[in-house]
Each structure stands twice: as structure tokens, then as C-alpha cells.
Design a protein. Structure first.
Length: 52
């Protein structure tokens, strides 16, 4: 596990991949997750409103 937020959501893996390759290898991509690291802390943002 790489990070956990206050709600208990866990970032289990980081995959470094281009957007073009990700859309081929992991289609359909149905969620959006943003992780920002600031020193020793992480901010995780999840797009709950994405429709497709």
C-alpha cells in the first residue's frame, strides 16, 4: 500500500504509463483519481461525478 486517506481509501499501486497506452491497455477507464505528494503527505482526489 502506497497511501491511505482519512476515509480509508487506499492507493495500492502506481503505474507509470502514457495516456495513449493506458487507453489501449486498460479500456474502458471509468474513474479519475489524482494523487499529489507534498513532502511526506499525500492528497488523494477522486472524481465521483464522472459519467463514463
Amino acid at each position: 500500500m502506497l497511501a491511505i486517506d482519512q476515509a480509508g481509501n487506499k492507493l495500492l499501486e502506481f503505474i507509470n504509463i502514457s495516456e495513449d497506452k493506458a487507453s489501449l491497455d486498460y479500456a474502458p477507464i471509468t474513474v479519475c483519481l489524482l494523487v499529489v505528494k507534498i513532502e511526506d503527505d499525500y492528497l488523494m482526489g477522486f472524481n465521483h461525478w464522472r459519467k463514463a
